[in-house]
Design a protein around this ligand. Structure first.
Ligand SMILES: [Mg+2]
Length: 354
């Protein structure tokens, strides 16, 4: 089973084990979308539909947590349902909702808020009793920036810069520098925030709600009522770090942006509790990674250790590749301690065919 929060925050030196399926060990899965449930182009990731259906049938609550502030929960839920993952708007939590709550805690109800972003942001502000406005001359008491999509006009950044330059408090839904699309990697809201920051002299920074910041995790727990949540994501510096900051367990799936070499080099706040190839990992337990007392770490049919400046993996042909990854995490993270593992993993990964 997962180790307790205190230990988790101070030393995650190997992945955790679970004797029962993760879908039984946790009451709610807080699922990232891009790279977890669907690809950047919008199509479902293999096994996602079946695995989520089985987890839900087994009694696990499913919630979808996205840093993308452009789309409304209605639009996200409709997309998921179309893919074969039935979802209601109430199952979707966005960084737009998290930043709207943050602003509503700071300003009186009915306040005007300058929106530089999309419909998701406007809907979330109205839900909190705030009034979205479009111009810096509309006397806003706050400025909020969220991803506005490829059609957003350059003049929107100017409105934000005028208001921030006048000293109006500034908020951002999230600061992901990039956003994956069907044709490649494009600039995300973090890049848009940088435009405004540079234009206003570089000294003012916005308050940020999205992953990995605590307001996003708080919003998710408030909306889902999760008591024992499991964060499921593909990105170490948003999903997994967000879980770390929230003091909850996490599952990394290897269907998105993180490869095994990056996982092995993760600093402590980026180390997930569990790792799986894809969402089928929710439906099974997780094997323990055991130190063997001789400097090595065993998992399944594999043993990982350090020799010189390289990670070494020994194992039986046909053993589960993921168990090899877990054993390597034990060796790499223990060697790295509070830092990042700089050992050569090339030969060990080649043994796994990675
Ligand atoms: Mg993702």
């Amino acid at each position: 089973m997962a180790r307790d929060g205190q230990e988790r925050r101070t030393e995650r030196s190997r992945p955790g084990g679970s004797a029962v399926a993760l879908s039984a060990a946790y009451d709610t899965a807080l699922l990232d979308l891009d790279g977890v449930v669907y690809f950047a182009g919008g199509a479902a990731i293999p096994y996602a539909v079946e695995a989520l259906g089985a987890a839900r049938d087994g009694g696990m609550r499913l919630a979808y947590v996205t840093n993308n502030a452009l789309r409304t929960p209605d639009a996200v839920a409709a997309h998921l349902t179309e893919l074969g993952v039935p979802a209601a708007p109430g199952d979707v939590v966005t960084s737009a909702q998290a930043v709207a709550r943050l602003i509503a805690e700071d300003v009186p109800e009915g306040s005007r808020v300058l929106v530089v972003g999309g419909e998701g942001l406007r809907v979330a502000l109205r839900e909190r009793g705030l009034v979205p406005v479009e111009s810096a001359d509309d006397e806003p008491v706050a400025v909020v920036q969220g991803y506005g999509g490829p059609e957003m006009a350059w003049g929107r950044f100017a409105e934000a810069a005028y208001a921030v330059g006048r000293g109006v408090p500034w908020y951002a839904s999230n600061t992901d520098l990039t956003i994956p699309g069907a044709r490649g990697i494009g600039p995300g809201n973090g890049a848009a925030v940088e435009v405004v920051r540079i234009a206003t002299g570089g000294r003012v920074v916005p308050r940020v709600a999205g992953k990995p910041q605590p307001p996003m995790h708080r919003e998710t727990v408030l909306r889902t009522g999760a008591e024992r949540p499991l964060v499921v994501g593909d990105r170490l510096d948003t999903d997994i770090e967000g879980a770390f900051n929230g003091g909850v367990d996490s599952l990394l799936v290897l269907t998105g942006v993180t490869d095994v070499a990056t996982l092995l080099a993760a600093v402590p706040e980026h180390r997930p509790t569990y790792v799986a190839a894809d969402l089928r990992g929710l439906l099974v337990g997780q094997p323990e990674v055991e130190p063997d007392g001789d400097g090595g770490f065993r998992c399944g049919g594999w043993r990982a250790s350090v020799s010189g400046d390289a990670l070494v993996l020994e194992g039986t042909a046909g053993s589960d590749v993921l168990d090899g990854v877990r054993a390597l995490c034990g060796a790499a993270w223990t060697w790295a301690g509070a830092g990042a593992c700089g050992l050569d993993a090339g030969k060990a990964l080649a043994r796994l065919g990675l």
